[in-house]
Design a binder for this molecule. Structure first.
Ligand code: B30
Ligand code: ZN
Length: 279
């Protein structure tokens, strides 16, 4: 469940997460951040290795879910989606889920969590991987009572508006009405396929790197963040359909509202170094 926090300004909003979940949300290595190119430090990194990110075999099912604050997809593939290399502090990160943060219907321009040189994008994709050499599952890696930036590798991609539909989003959009309410899940029919490789940009060599946190309460500082320079495109119609189709978890004494603007604003750097892999 989402717990008593949300994105609307006020008692449960991002400005009060420090109070709602003080242990980590008030920490000094929080995410997201504004990635300012001229303040970053160039470093040479080995290439990422992506395993299992190609077309999903017909016998692998996957589930889309509405957890009350974002729409996510998880593969039921015995952790076959893995990432290593890329200078991550580990070589055996398993994909638990991916999810989106996105904009408001009346302002499609603002929806990303990370910001690039002051520019906010319409949406952002997060691929959440946990370190299988150190942890038993995502929960153990994400919300343990410890600070270990090797626990999670979250890969972030900016999503920008384009005039044409991106076919890679169609499998999600086809079934999005099945997860309109918080707490609902939808298992894709056998034979329906979703390929992450078709969604991700082909150039995954240019990225920013820093130590940060979960961008939602309890904001644990357990993430090695990678935010890629190359973007994913989505059409206005597709983004609008996502936002119009799904609802947040209702906060106490309120009715559920449309899931829009589910992003945390940038957090203070507090002396952290942000690296980049490219000139
Ligand atoms: S993010 O990529 O930094 N936005 C979690 C993972 C990645 C990010 C944020 C949170 C995470 O695993 N959180 C703990 C699990 N959640 C369950 C869930 O995802 O549904 C606990 C919770 O918050 O109650 Cu809602
Ligand atoms: Zn996220």
């Amino acid at each position: 469940g989402a717990g008593q926090w949300g994105y609307a300004p006020g008692q449960y909003g991002p400005e009060n997460w420090k109070t709602l979940a003080p242990q980590f949300c008030s920490g000094s290595a929080q995410s997201p951040i504004d990635l300012v190119y001229r303040t970053t430090v160039k470093q040479t990194y080995p290439a990422f290795t992506f395993t299992g990110y190609n077309a999903v075999p017909g016998n692998v099912s996957f589930t889309m879910s509405n957890n009350g604050h974002a729409i996510g997809v998880a593969f039921d593939d015995n952790n076959a989606h893995r990432v290593g290399g890329g200078g991550l502090p580990g070589n055996n990160y398993k994909l638990a889920q991916f999810h989106f943060h996105w904009s408001f219907l009346d302002n499609l321009a603002a929806g990303s969590e990370h910001v690039l040189n002051g520019q906010i994008y319409p949406a952002e994709l997060h691929l959440v991987h946990w370190n299988a050499d150190q942890h038993t599952d995502l929960g153990d890696a994400a919300v343990g009572n410890r600070t270990n930036h090797a626990s999670l590798a979250v890969l972030g991609f900016f999503i920008e508006l384009c005039n044409t539909d991106n076919p890679a989003f169609e499998p999600m959009l086809k079934y999005i009405a099945n997860v309109s309410q918080s707490g609902t899940t939808f298992k894709y029919p056998m034979g329906d396929r979703f390929s992450l490789d078709s969604l991700l940009p082909t150039d995954r060599t240019k990225f920013f790197r820093y130590n940060g946190s979960l961008t939602t309460p309890t904001c644990n500082e357990v993430v090695t963040w990678t935010v890629f320079k190359e973007t994913i495109s989505i059409s206005r119609n597709q983004l609008t359909k996502f936002i119009n189709s799904v609802y947040y978890e209702a906060q106490p004494n309120t009715v559920a509202t449309k899931m829009q603007g589910n992003y945390r604003p940038p957090q203070a750097l507090n002396g952290r170094t942000v690296y980049r892999s490219f000139d």
